[in-house]
Write a protein that binds this ligand. Structure first.
Ligand SMILES: O=C(CO)COP(=O)(O)O
Length: 247
């Protein structure tokens, strides 16, 4: 099977003013990368960023959604609302949400079901803590998260898995290339087990301190089909340099 087209996704987290978000979006559209590009701004910036991206090939995504389609859920945002604003992806189960909002695998799975029903592609995040890695538990932890979080029909819906070791996020530390390759090989085996043959074409992203300087080596690894980028996605030049490394 040919390698899937890489996806370079920027998770802007809870950063920036509206003006900064618009400027960043305008900087990112000036790009003709071979990879698919995606930006995921904070909710209040989704609509103006959608306007800035209009007519470009850069996709828009949310950073979370509720598991219900609508209702009395103060402060929440539904997958349908994201779709209505022009989003095509949604990040789900990021370790910051799992930690800050006590999100379980079952809740992440319910959100993914809602996302697919709304026509969004879920990007489901998994990853071990430093203690789990040091205990030699990285692969079983991630396999357990996948088994609990992936919904039926995930591969058919164009779902994406992002492996983000918690200890590599925002720290400047990354696993060795051999460790990323080994973990991604185990991820591939697991998605093939969970999704059947369709799992062969499912994109597996690496995330955690991806920078212009390490992107080429990471993106060249087998079964690494793109990157989920945090800090480096807040500078258009850095994000585009990472995208160029995926060519
Ligand atoms: O959490 C991440 C993306 O979702 C990674 O963040 P950093 O690239 O800042 O380490």
């Amino acid at each position: 099977m040919p390698r899937p087209r890489p996806l370079i996704a920027g998770n802007w987290k809870m950063h920036g003013t509206l003006a900064e978000a618009q400027a960043l979006a305008c900087g990112v559209v000036a790009c003709d990368a071979a990879a698919e590009l995606l930006v995921c701004p904070p909710f209040p910036h989704l609509h103006p960023v959608a306007a800035a991206l209009a007519g470009s090939a850069v996709a828009l995504g949310g950073q979370d959604c509720h598991h219900a389609a609508k209702g009395a859920h103060t402060g929440d945002v539904s997958a349908w609302m994201l779709r209505d604003l022009g989003a095509s992806y949604v990040i789900l189960g990021h370790s910051e949400r799992r930690a800050d909002h006590a999100e379980s695998d079952a809740l992440v799975q319910a959100k993914a079901v809602a996302a697919i029903a709304a026509g969004l592609r879920p990007i489901i995040c998994v990853g071990e803590t430093l203690a789990q890695r040091e205990a030699g538990q990285a692969e079983p932890v991630v396999a357990g998260q996948l088994a609990g979080s992936l919904p039926p029909g995930f591969a058919e819906a164009g779902g994406v898995v992002a492996y983000e070791p918690v200890w590599a996020i925002g720290t400047g530390r990354t696993p060795t290339e051999a460790d990323i390759a080994a973990l991604h090989a185990s991820l591939r085996a697991e998605v093939l087990r969970l999704c059947g043959a369709q799992g062969a074409g499912l994109r597996l992203l690496y995330g955690g301190s991806v920078k212009p300087g390490n992107a080429k080596a990471i993106l060249a690894l087998a079964d690494v089909n793109g990157a989920l980028v945090g800090g480096a996605a807040l500078m258009a030049a850095d994000f585009l340099a990472i995208a160029a490394a995926a060519a």
